[in-house]
Design a protein around this ligand. Structure first.
Ligand code: ADP
Ligand code: MG
Length: 240
C-alpha cells in the first residue's frame, strides 16, 4: 500500500531521515519505536506529505505521491493522521470537527457527513457530545474524536504519531482500545508509540528507528525477546 524508497529528509544541513526503504502492506499494523529526535514523526509526516522529502520516493498504491500532478488532498484523504496533541479545531463543535474536511473536499454532502459523524460518535459512545466544544472533553475523549474524525474521510491507511503520549495515564486505555478495534477491522495502520504492550499485542511488525534509519525490524515476539542491535537493546532496557 505504501512504499518508501531511500527516503531522505533534511532541515538545512541536518539530515533527519537518512534513507528509509520500507513497504507497508494492506492490512498491516506496523509499530515504530525509537528515541526522541530519531526521525519517527518526520517519517510519518512524509508519508502523507505534511513534509516534503528531500529525496527518494513514496509510492501510495504504486503512485508517486510527490509527483506534482497528484492531488495532495486526495493523498491526505486516503492516508489519515492522528497526532499526539489531537489538533481538533477549538472553535468548532465536535460534529463540525468531524464533518468539515469531508464536506470541504467534496467527499460527502453536508447531510451525509452529519449522518456519518453521528454514527461514528455512537460507535465510541460520545453521541451526546456532538454539539460540545473540544475544551469540554477529556483528553481521552478528544483523542477518540480525532480518530473518528480521521475515519470520516474513509482513509485506506491511518498514521498515528504517539497518540497516547499527551494523555493522563487513566485515559490511555480507552484510546488504545479504539485503535485495537480498528486493527481488528482490518485497517492498515502505522503507529509511533511508546506503548510496548500495544506493540506486542497488535503489531505484525515492529521497526526501530534510530538516527534517521531503520536499525532493526521484526515480528513483535522476536523484536522484544531477541533484539540484535546494541542501540535497540539499550533502548528496550530503558523502556521495558
Ligand atoms: P521523533 O519524532 O523521533 O522524536 P522528529 O522526526 O520529530 O523525531 O525530529 C527529528 C529531528 O528533526 C529532530 O532533531 C528535530 O529537531 C528535527 N526537526 C523536526 N522537524 C523540524 C523542522 N520543521 N525544522 C527543523 N528541524 C526539525
Ligand atoms: Mg515525534
Amino acid at each position: 500500500m505504501i512504499v518508501s524508497n531511500n527516503l531522505r529528509k533534511s532541515y538545512g544541513k541536518h539530515e533527519v531521515l537518512k534513507g528509509i526503504s520500507e513497504k507497508i502492506e494492506k492490512g498491516e499494523k506496523v509499530v515504530i519505536i525509537g528515541p526522541s529526535g530519531s526521525g519517527k514523526s518526520t517519517f510519518l509526516r512524509c508519508l502523507n506529505l505534511l513534509e516534503i522529502p528531500t529525496s527518494g520516493q513514496i509510492l501510495f498504491k504504486g503512485e508517486d505521491i510527490a509527483d506534482p500532478k497528484n492531488n495532495i488532498n486526495k493523498i491526505r484523504q486516503k492516508v489519515g493522521m492522528v497526532f499526539q496533541h489531537f489538533n481538533l479545531f477549538p472553535h468548532l463543535t465536535i460534529k463540525e470537527n468531524i464533518t468539515i474536511a469531508p464536506v470541504k473536499l467534496g467527499i460527502l454532502t453536508k447531510e451525509e457527513a452529519d449522518k456519518k459523524a453521528i454514527e461514528l460518535l455512537r460507535r465510541i459512545g460520545l453521541e451526546d457530545k456532538a454539539e460540545a466544544y473540544p475544551k469540554q472533553l477529556s483528553g481521552g475523549q478528544k483523542q477518540r474524536i480525532a480518530i473518528i474524525r480521521a475515519l470520516a474521510m474513509n482513509p485506506e491507511v491511518l498514521l498515528f504519531d504517539e497518540p497516547t503520549s499527551a494523555l493522563d495515564p487513566e485515559m490511555v486505555g480507552e484510546v488504545l482500545e479504539l485503535m485495537k478495534e480498528l486493527a481488528e477491522d482490518g485497517m492498515t495502520m502505522v503507529v509511533v508509540t511508546h506503548e510496548m504492550g500495544f506493540a506486542r499485542e497488535v503489531a505484525n511488525r515492529v521497526l526501530f528507528i534510530d538516527e534517521g534509519i531503520v536499525k532493526e525490524q521484526n515480528t513483535p515476539d522476536e523484536f522484544f525477546t531477541n533484539p540484535q542491535n546494541p542501540r535497540l537493546k539499550e533502548f528496550l532496557s530503558k523502556v521495558l
